[in-house]
Design a protein around this ligand. Sequence first.
Ligand code: HEC
Length: 134
Amino acid sequence: MIRIGIIACGVGLTVATGAAALSAQDKSVTAGVYTAAQADRGETAFRSTCASCHAPNRFTDDLFYTSFAGKPLWEMFDVISDTMPEDNPGSLKPQEYADVIAYLLKLNNFPAGQDELPPTKETLSAIRMEKPQR
Ligand code: HEC
């Protein structure tokens, strides 16, 4: 039963990251879209609410980029805040989900900047997730 649930969940997540159009004024995660302090908070939240199931390298692998690269950051926020942690979806505050995503951006070597990543659809829809250059 549990095994089936997990497989179904993985398929659902992939399908859920559907098309949301980016426009010409959009900026990318390379532009410094979170702060260092926010990523530190996100790391703490990650350790207590995500690390029991995910190693950090789950968020720097090709599966992760297939799901989210080239798409608005809102899609990542939407998927994570709707479905994770899998044993208690939606249990974090919106700000905490934004903090965790800031940490995921840091893991991907995207630079920190002056402004925090807000948990708002409008702003997150205008930031494009990318696959980092290594
Ligand atoms: C109880 C276990 C569990 C916890 C806790 C958990 N996850 Fe997951 N998560 C899963 C499973 C299972 C999958 C589907 C298999 C996979 O993609 O690794 C998944 C998938 C994902 C994906 C991939 C979505 C995709 O489409 O590629 C992301 C991103 C994610 N989790 C983020 C998080 C974050 C962030 C947290 C903490 C807030 C978290 N998870 C906590 C079990 C968990």
